[in-house]
Design a protein around this ligand. Structure first.
Ligand SMILES: [Zn+2]
Length: 98
């Protein structure tokens, strides 16, 4: 997967990113060509995490058949959540970390 570095505008293969800095749910990556740090837009990072959590929670509810009359609703919510997470993973905007 290629990521466009917001600092030097070069296309970076995510395999080439060696330095990753985790700050809670926010992940900062160091560009291998310009050594600048960048990360996903914070709003998008929060949405992505929320989407994954939605899938997790709704799947767990379905597995344990909690309120099973809503299982279709839970599956739909979970699907929307993971869909948002995937969209952001592939099309999310990266910005420079100050
Ligand atoms: Zn760069």
């Amino acid at each position: 997967m290629n990521v466009a570095c917001p600092n030097c505008k070069s296309k970076v293969d995510s395999k080439d990113i060696k330095n990753i800095n985790k700050k809670g749910i926010f992940i900062e990556k160091q560009c291998p060509s310009c050594r600048g740090w960048f990360g996903l837009n914070k709003t998008q990072e929060v949405l992505k995490t929320a989407g994954i959590l939605l899938l997790l929670i709704t799947s767990l509810l379905n597995i344990f058949s909690i309120n099973s009359e809503y299982s279709l609703v839970f599956s739909t919510i979970g699907f929307v959540g993971i869909f948002i997470a995937i969209i952001i993973t592939f099309f999310g905007k990266h910005e420079t970390v100050k």
